[in-house]
Design a protein around this ligand. Structure first.
Ligand SMILES: [Fe+2]
Length: 478
């Protein structure tokens, strides 16, 4: 049977299932609809690779992939299937362009590909499932900060892409679209500013985890108003990672609320025109997790009893069906609610009161599981009486802070450079903190059916430099 005829047969069977007809085979009925859609698109890509197919055939493959994507959007969400799908990364750094290409705002059926050119130019992204590059999107106007959304993608599917401007094209890169409601893996870091060498050393460890998305808790640039620092401290060291994995950053104080944050990043921003900083607030669903990202530099909290535009938006977000229907709810921002560490000889900072007194209790009331922050250049893990876990992961490369005070909620403090890895599975969420030597020095695991219970936790017991908070039942500071 000719390949395209076989593809039509498979796609027809898939459509029959989705429309509730019973003519499809029992075998196919056992396969989740979006998996069938992904399989169809991979099949089309595979056969398209097997020879020099005429352009019309390649176009047909793209059209059929689009149809599969539309059908996948119509079917009911699937039950969560346990287990993280491993997604090996290529890990190749391509310096065709000074910045990028990098990935933003990945959704099950679309993603933004971005890059920066030295001069304004009209950019194009070519892309396709598996190894194909049959589709293309071209900008309408010349720009230096290119952001092109690719639409009509199939969830859980690997794509190839290449960016170009006249006379210059990147290497071919790849990404995988997320699948809502399914397990996903994340890596988190913060405060890599002024630590580009250390941040570069952490890159192979991040790549080895092969996360589906990476999260930043701010202070990725020492002075956000200097554009060259964005290349030197963030886009340069993370070049290979950013080609393949979407980056979701919270803004820190060192980003200076600079225009470059808004030029480089493209997130589903809060629609709050009354607040001039609203683009630095956003929420998104990725896999089994609903994320809420806040800007702790500005007024995100109510003033007295009166909501500000952003605090009203936060209330809407935490109560939204997207948040409440997700298996896991994680918020992150730059400043922590409490911290035991700060600059050497200076204990003047112990966390940000609006985070501590309003934001954290409020999100805990609405079933959030985790709050991630940076600002303190250390690792700290705390759990509040309401069950919410706060983890400070400000060890991305900047100079380290010192332990200086005690909070009863904090159980582990470690002044080291590290990354955080999160596996958000169907019933369990596991966080691991990994140092520069690849040592997992602390971890915590949550069970979706036992809110507020840590079903497993560190720290490792063979770390001489570790400082465990005075309240820890297991160790004392050294
Ligand atoms: Fe900071």
């Amino acid at each position: 049977m000719r390949w395209w005829l076989w593809a039509v047969v498979v796609l027809t069977g898939f459509l029959a299932i989705s429309c509730g007809q019973d003519s499809a085979s029992e075998d196919v009925l056992d396969v989740p609809p979006d998996v069938v859609a992904a399989d169809v698109s991979e099949l089309l890509a595979d056969v398209a690779e097997e020879g020099d197919l005429p352009g019309e055939v390649a176009d047909l493959a793209v059209e059929m992939t689009d149809i599969a994507a539309e059908v996948a959007d119509l079917v009911e969400p699937l039950a969560c299937v346990p287990g993280i799908t491993e997604q090996p990364l290529l890990g190749l750094a391509d310096d065709t362009f000074e910045i990028g290409p990098y990935l933003m705002d990945a959704r099950p059926q679309s993603i933004v590909v971005a890059w920066r050119t030295l001069d304004p130019a009209v950019g194009t992204v070519t892309f396709g499932p598996a190894e194909t590059l049959a589709a293309a999107v071209t900008e309408e106007e010349a720009t230096r900060y290119h952001q092109i959304r690719l639409e009509g993608l199939v969830p859980g599917t690997r794509y190839s892409y290449q960016v170009s401007i006249p006379d210059l094209e990147s290497a071919i890169h790849q990404f995988v679209t997320p699948t809502n409601g399914q397990p996903a893996r994340f890596v988190v870091w913060g405060d890599n500013q002024d630590g580009k060498e250390t941040f570069a050393l952490l890159q192979p460890q991040i790549l080895a985890r092969a996360p589906h998305a990476v999260l930043g808790v701010g202070d990725h640039i020492s002075q956000g108003i200097n554009e060259w620092l964005w290349l030197e401290q963030l886009f340069g060291p993370a070049r290979a990672l950013f080609h393949e994995v979407p980056f979701y950053a919270a803004i820190g104080n060192h980003e200076d609320n600079a225009s470059f944050w808004y030029e480089f990043f493209a997130y589903p921003a809060a629609d709050v025109p009354e607040d001039e900083f609203s683009e630095s607030y956003y929420s998104f669903t990725f896999g089994s997790v609903f994320f809420l990202v806040i800007n702790t530099n500005t007024v995100f909290f109510p003033i007295g009893e009166v909501d500000t535009p952003i605090s009203a938006w936060i209330r809407e977000q935490v109560a939204s069906p997207a948040a409440q229907n997700a298996t896991w709810r994680i918020a992150y921002g730059h400043e922590p609610g409490i911290t035991e560490s700060w600059s050497a000889g200076n204990c003047g900072y112990d966390g940000y009161k609006p985070v501590r007194n309003w934001f954290l209790p409020f999100i805990a009331e609405h079933g959030f599981h985790l709050y991630l922050a940076g600002h303190t250049h250390a690792y700290e893990r705390a759990q509040f009486d309401n069950g919410l876990v706060q983890i400070i992961t400000g060890g991305g490369g900047g100079g380290l802070d010192e332990w200086c005070k005690d909070f009863p909620e904090t159980s582990v403090v470690y002044q080291n450079h590290h990354i955080l890895a999160i596996d958000a599975d169907c019933d369990h969420l596991r966080v691991e903190a990994e140092d520069l030597n690849g040592k997992i020095f602390d971890w915590v695991e949550l069970d979706a059916n036992q809110p507020g219970v840590l079903v497993d936790q560190g720290p490792a017991d063979d770390l001489p430099e570790l400082i465990v908070s005075l309240d820890s039942p297991t160790r004392t500071p050294e």
